[in-house]
Design a binder for this molecule. Structure first.
Ligand code: PLP
Length: 426
C-alpha cells in the first residue's frame, strides 16, 4: 500500500472523498460499540462461576490454622491464600498481605499512608513542599489519577520496548530527593503490552535514590495473563533483585485476581520486605479487623494452587486470543504500509496500544464516537490527561463480542485514515 505521506494533494483529496463515503456508510448503520473497557467479557466471567458453589452451608469454613473464616480476625490473610497469591507473584507467603478485592485500592492506601505518615520513619510526604512521581508513558490512567489526587507532581518517562527509559529514571531518582516513587507495570504493561527486560529490572533494583523513602510501585496486574502457551514473557522477580542489590525495602509489589476470577470480587495483595510489611500492618490494624476470608477461602478451594491458576488462564486466553488477533489483523490489513500509525502486537495483558500521527488521536477518537464506537479518551494514557503528541490511543479488545469487535476495529481504521488525510491536507 502506498504511504499517505508520499501522496500528492490531488491523490489525498480523492482519497478523502472515498473515505468520507466509507465513514458515512458506517455512521448510517447506527452502531453502538465499545472498545474502551478493559474488563473481562461475560463469557470470561462465566469461567469462574463454579466458585459461587464452592462454599456451602455444609462445609467446614475454617482455614488451615483452624480459624473460622466466617468470623473476625486474621489481619493479613489466611495462610493458604498467601501461598496462592505468593506463588502468583513469585514470592514466599511470608512476604504477602492479602487485602480486599482491589489492588488499586491497596496502591491508593500505600500512597495515602506515605502522605500522612511517611515511609519507615521519613517525613510524611504531605508535609513536604514538593513530592514527585515518575510516570512511564503511555501508562495506566488510574495510577496517574491517584498521584494527581494527592497533589504529587508527575514526570513523564517514555517507554521503550525494554521498559521505561532507564537513563532518565536513574537520573531523576539519583539526583532529585523530591522523587519518591515510580509507577511500573512490569509485565504486559497497560496499554502497550511491553514486558521489562532483565537489564531494566536489574537497573531498577540497583537504583541509588536521593530519597531514602523512594519506592517502586510495581503493579504486577498481568503476571499470569498470557495470550499464548508457547510464547510467554518472563520478568525477573523484583523483590529478590532488590535484596541482591542491597535495596530490600525499595519495592512494593501489587497483585490481584481481578482479571482471573471476578474483578468485582477477587482478592488483592501486596508483597514487600519484612520492614515494610511491619509498617503496613501497624496501619492495617487500625483500618480493619480483617478482610473477607470467605472470599479468600473460595479462591483457594477453586484454584487449589498455581497450576490451577495457569490452567484457568489458558481458558481466558482461548477467549481473548482471537479478539486480540482480529484487531491486529485488521490494523495490519487496513493500515499496514500507510505510515499513519503504529501498534504493538502484545503477547499478554488487556490492551493494544495505537499511535497515530502527531496531533490526530483526539480527532480519531471523536470521529469513532460520532459513528457509535466508544474508545478510551485520547490523552488518558498520560498524566493529567495530556498526551504531548496527541497520538496514543488505547484499544481494549476484551469486552465486545468478536463480531462487534471486528466491526469496531474496521471503523476505527477508517477514522484513522480519514483524520490522517485531513491532517496531511492542512
Ligand atoms: N493495575 C493495572 C495496570 C490495571 O490495568 C488494572 C485494571 O485495569 C488494575 C491495576 C486494577 O486492578 P484491581 O482490579 O485489582 O484494582
Amino acid at each position: 500500500m502506498k504511504s499517505y505521506k508520499s501522496m500528492s494533494k490531488e491523490e489525498l483529496e480523492t482519497l478523502k472523498s472515498e473515505l468520507e463515503k466509507e465513514y458515512n456508510d458506517f455512521k448510517a448503520q447506527g452502531l453502538k460499540l465499545d472498545m474502551s473497557r478493559g474488563k473481562p467479557s461475560e463469557e470470561q466471567l462465566d469461567l469462574s462461576m463454579e466458585m459461587m458453589d464452592i462454599l456451602s452451608s455444609h462445609d467446614d469454613l475454617r482455614c488451615s490454622t483452624g480459624v473460622d473464616c466466617r468470623n473476625y480476625g486474621v489481619l493479613d490473610g489466611i495462610p493458604e491464600a498467601k501461598e496462592l497469591l505468593g506463588a502468583m507473584c513469585e514470592v514466599d507467603a511470608d512476604k504477602i498481605i492479602i487485602y480486599g478485592n482491589s489492588s488499586l485500592n491497596v496502591m491508593y492506601d500505600t500512597v495515602a499512608r506515605a502522605m500522612t505518615h511517611g515511609v519507615l520513619g521519613s517525613t510524611p510526604w504531605g508535609k513536604l513542599d514538593k513530592v514527585k512521581f515518575l510516570c512511564p508513558v503511555p501508562g495506566y490512567d488510574r495510577h496517574f489519577a491517584i498521584t494527581e489526587f494527592f497533589g504529587i507532581e508527575m514526570i513523564n518517562i517514555p517507554m521503550t520496548m525494554e521498559g521505561p527509559d532507564m537513563d532518565l529514571v536513574e537520573k531523576y531518582v539519583s539526583e532529585d530527593p523530591a522523587v519518591k516513587g515510580i509507577w511500573c507495570v512490569p509485565k504486559y504493561s497497560n496499554p502497550q503490552g511491553i514486558s521489562y527486560s532483565d537489564e531494566t529490572v536489574r537497573r531498577f533494583a540497583r537504583l541509588k535514590p536521593a530519597a531514602k523513602d523512594f519506592r517502586l510501585f510495581w503493579d504486577n496486574a498481568y503476571s499470569v495473563h498470557h495470550l499464548y502457551d508457547d510464547d510467554q514473557d518472563v520478568v525477573l522477580e523484583i523483590l529478590e533483585e532488590c535484596e541482591k542489590a542491597g535495596n530490600p525495602d525499595m519495592v512494593y509489589k501489587f497483585t490481584s485476581t481481578s482479571k482471573i476470577s471476578f474483578p468485582g470480587s477477587g482478592i488483592a495483595a501486596i508483597a514487600t520486605s519484612k520492614n515494610n510489611l511491619e509498617e503496613i500492618k501497624k496501619q492495617l490494624f487500625i483500618q480493619t479487623i480483617g478482610h473477607d476470608k470467605l472470599n479468600q477461602l473460595r479462591h483457594v478451594r477453586f484454584f487449589k494452587d498455581i497450576d490451577g491458576i495457569h490452567a484457568h488462564m489458558r481458558k481466558h486466553a482461548a477467549i481473548l486470543r482471537p479478539k486480540f488477533e482480529a484487531v491486529i489483523d485488521i490494523l495490519e490489513a487496513e493500515l499496514g504500509g500507510l505510515e499513519i500509525g503504529s501498534w504493538i502486537k502484545p503477547k499478554g495483558g488487556y490492551f493494544i496500544s495505537f499511535d497515530s500521527m502527531d496531533g490526530c488521536a483526539k480527532a480519531i477518537v471523536a470521529k469513532a464516537k460520532e459513528a457509535g464506537v466508544v474508545m478510551t479518551g485520547a490523552g488518558a494514557t498520560y498524566p493529567y490527561g495530556k498526551d504531548p503528541h496527541d497520538s496514543n490511543i488505547r484499544i481494549a479488545p476484551s469486552f465486545p463480542t468478536l463480531d462487534e469487535l471486528k466491526l469496531a476495529a474496521k471503523l476505527f481504521t477508517v477514522c484513522v485514515k480519514l483524520v490522517s488525510v485531513e491532517k496531511l491536507l492542512e
